[in-house]
Design a protein around this ligand. Structure first.
Ligand code: C5P
Length: 211
C-alpha cells in the first residue's frame, strides 16, 4: 500500500470496532470496517432472494453486482448497485448468513484488490478478521484484539444484538480461506478487563514503538 495501514483483527464483539474508530480519530486517518463489505454483499444477496447455501449459487449474482467501496468523511461507505444497506447491514438475517458468504475463497480473492486500493489514497485503520494476515500482511502496524467469550457475549447484548456470536466465530476461525487468527507479528491484546481508552492508549504506545 502507498499509505500507512493499521490492521486490527479479532473475533466478534472483542471491542475492536469501537477501538479502531477511536484510534483512527486519534490519528486523524480513515476508519475502515471491512466486515461492512461482507455484510453489504450478504444484504444484497438476501434482497435479491438468493439462497446462500453454496458458492456457485451466489457467484453468478455477486458477479453482476456493482460493489463500490469509498472513503467519505474518513469512513468507509459501501454501495451495492448504488445503494447503501444502512442499518440493514446488521439485521439478524445478515448476521446469520454473513459468515457463509465470507467463507467463499472466490469472493475473498475478488475483494482483495478493492481493500488494497483503499490504501493507495488513504492512510487508514482497517478492522476485520484477516487484515494483518491476508489483506495487508506487510504492514508493520498490526494488532489482534480478543476478549473472554463471556465478556464478548455481554458486549454484544449491550449493543442490542441478541443472536449468538458463537456460530459466526466458529465459522470465521475454521474456514480454509483466510481464517481468523493472530498474525505472528501482531501485538496481541486481551481487552476483557480494559476500558476503550486503555486499549487505545496501548495501541498508540505500540504504534510509537513500531515507529
Ligand atoms: O466485523 P463484523 O462482525 O461486522 O464482520 C461480519 C462478518 O464478516 C464476520 O463474521 C466474518 O464472517 C466476515 N469478515 C471476514 N473478513 C473480514 C471482516 C469480516 O470474513 N476481514
Amino acid at each position: 500500500p502507498r499509505c500507512p495501514v493499521v490492521a486490527i483483527d479479532g473475533p466478534s464483539a472483542s471491542g475492536k470496532s469501537t477501538v479502531a474508530k477511536s484510534l483512527a480519530q486519534a490519528l486523524g486517518i480513515a476508519y475502515c470496517n471491512s466486515g461492512l463489505v461482507y455484510r453489504a454483499i450478504t444484504w444484497g444477496l438476501i434482497a435479491k432472494g438468493v439462497t446462500i447455501e453454496r458458492e456457485p449459487v451466489f457467484k453468478t449474482t455477486v458477479r453482476q453486482m456493482k460493489i463500490e467501496c469509498q472513503i467519505e468523511g474518513n469512513e468507509l461507505h459501501v454501495r451495492i448497485d448504488g445503494k447503501e444497506p444502512g442499518q440493514e447491514a446488521r439485521s439478524p438475517e445478515v448476521n446469520a448468513a454473513v459468515s457463509h458468504v465470507a467463507a467463499s475463497p472466490w469472493l475473498r480473492k475478488r475483494l482483495l484488490p478493492i481493500f488494497r486500493q483503499l490504501a493507495e489514497e488513504h492512510s487508514l485503520v482497517m478492522e476485520g478478521r484477516d487484515i494483518g494476515t491476508a489483506v495487508f500482511p506487510a504492514t508493520r502496524y498490526k494488532f489482534y484484539i480478543d476478549a473472554d467469550p463471556k465478556v464478548r457475549e455481554q458486549r454484544r447484548q449491550k449493543q442490542g444484538e441478541t443472536d449468538s456470536i458463537e456460530d459466526r466465530d466458529w465459522e470465521d476461525r475454521s474456514r480454509t480461506a483466510a481464517p481468523l487468527r493472530c498474525a505472528a507479528d501482531a501485538a496481541f491484546l486481551d481487552s476483557s478487563r480494559m476500558t476503550v481508552e486503555e486499549v487505545v492508549r496501548r495501541l498508540l504506545d505500540e504504534l510509537r514503538k513500531r515507529g
